[in-house]
Design a protein around this ligand. Structure first.
Ligand code: ZN
Length: 239
């Protein structure tokens, strides 16, 4: 393992065009649970599976139940802090080595750590707007309240997160593809690469070194130049 980390450290040292692509595993080490992990915990407490609750049609039909789950599970607690992976990525950007963080997470921890160029493919709980008239709202209006937050126009105010059945923003995908295409080192971390569009984006990488840091195997292990099966915070505290 030490050999793998040493190799990654060298690639990072030699490059000024790195792109990072991350998933839920990056945040779990800050204490944010991955609702997709099969611990069955959520299923005991909610009448519906999480994947159903955070879908567009469910949000429309059952906003009360959606908001109960959303406030309980998807908004990071005030005590949640960025971990060594978030912090090191922010440093690498400041050092002029990392061009962008592309993330599937909606918790805003990369920005909290100091990262500036963050492409949030699935949106963010920190931005809210009226679903009807599109007027923006402060996050506290949605995240700190109770029940279903309403706009003056009568519409439901919602977080700018991409729910199941909803499409990703074109501009985010275009930006992600451009950064990946141009990069000479791509580091993928904390994702099993099973969720759309992660797998599709990897195909655009045409650079020198592709590194994969994940606790479990992914469909792209064989395509990577380096696979590290360790906790991502551990690895980034050493590169
Ligand atoms: Zn409105």
């Amino acid at each position: 393992m030490e050999e793998g980390v040493e190799l990654l450290r060298r690639w990072i040292r030699e490059s000024d065009n790195i792109v990072f692509f991350g998933g839920a595993g990056v945040s779990t080490e800050s204490g944010i649970p991955d609702f997709r992990s099969p611990d069955g915990l959520y299923h005991q407490k909610y009448k519906y599976p999480p994947e159903q609750i955070i879908s567009h049609s469910f949000f429309e039909a059952n906003p009360e139940e959606f908001y109960r789950f959303y406030r309980d599970k998807l908004i990071p607690g005030k005590e949640i802090r960025p971990n060594a992976c978030h912090r090191r990525l922010a440093e690498l950007e400041q050092e002029g080595k990392l061009r962008a963080v592309i993330t599937q997470n909606i918790d805003g921890l990369h920005q909290m750590a100091g990262s500036r160029r963050v492409i949030e493919l699935h949106g963010s709980v920190h931005r809210c707007y009226c679903a009807k008239c599109l007027r923006p709202y402060p996050e506290s209006y949605v995240n700190d309240g109770e029940g279903v937050p309403r706009c003056e126009c009568g519409g439901v105010v919602r977080p700018e997160v991409v729910l199941y059945e909803e499409g990703l923003r074109d501009q985010d995908l275009i930006d992600a593809v451009n950064f990946i295409r141009a990069a000479d080192v791509m580091i993928i971390g904390g994702t099993s690469l099973n969720v759309y569009p992660a797998a599709g984006l990897v195909r655009y990488f045409n650079g020198k070194h592709l590194a994969l840091v994940n606790m479990s195997a992914t469909p792209y292990d064989s395509a990577a130049d380096l696979v590290i099966r360790e906790k991502i915070g551990e690895v980034f505290s050493r590169v």
